[in-house]
Design a protein around this ligand. Sequence first.
Ligand code: AMP
Ligand code: MN
Ligand code: MN
Ligand code: MN
Length: 297
Amino acid sequence: MVDNPILLLSSAGSLGYSGRSVEIALIDFHTHSAASDGTLSPRDLADRAVSEGVRRLAITDHDTIAGYLSVYQSVPSGLDLISGVELSCQWGRVGIHIVGLGFDPASPALLRHLEGLDKARKDRAEKIAHTLDRNGMPGALVGAMAVAAGAQIGRPHFARWMVLAGHVDSEQLAFKQFLGRGKPGDISLLWPTLDDTVAAINGAGGVSVLAHPLDYKMTATRLRALTDAFRDAGGQALEVINGRPRPGDTDTLWRLVRERDLQISVGSDFHRDSPYGAGLGVDVTGIPEGMGVWEQL
Ligand code: AMP
Ligand code: MN
Ligand code: MN
Ligand code: MN
């Protein structure tokens, strides 16, 4: 696929940019802070972004904008922080993530949508705890809430608690055995619909992005159907780079973007320093003009 202009970029990304020139203006429209399941405070995340050469950043915590709201009035100089969020939703029986960018954080309809998600996450946490209890792990709700320390609660907090309580040796194993896709702690069918989610973002003046489209492990036909449903709902962009794309990933997504006349968004999906995850910032110099969502944000 010689016509994929992102190919060069992603291979450069996978080699790592240690010592990269800060003259390249990096963008990162998918990151997590300690307001959800990231480890850095929103302020530390913003500072880190600046030191890594990121010029435009969105903090896209899971189902909360509390982290964004805590820093947007005191952004480090040299950084353009746009509003962001990663919303959980459902398309049929499948859990999907939609990144919202550049919306009005005071939109009453969006705030109502977020309140609904708060409640859904609390209800889900109770169900997860119940399941863990039945599997010989009592006290999970109190434990995971202590780990979350006021953050939007999610499965990673349960995974951390399971390690701390000595039930599993690693967070990876907690997901593999109890919390991951299809496991007992993977409680589904409780999120808002894809349509309502895109409507909440777009209604607040934002741009909706289908996050990490290849993570849903769909066949090409299903992924096209999801992309069509997303576009019909008003979705504007696919996240063509998420973290460290594997060889071939950007080919697939580039083709889909062209085929369905969508735009492109990019992000590291940074949660913490890790040898597996990507560092902050994506070089978008190879993405053709007119295709990046950053041009309209
Ligand atoms: P939740 O938002 O509560 O459904 O949790 C999903 C989050 O868990 C993702 O955003 C990742 O940060 C994390 N996660 C998902 N799968 C795994 C895994 N296999 N190992 C570690 N973390 C994971
Ligand atoms: Mn996460
Ligand atoms: Mn996600
Ligand atoms: Mn994410």
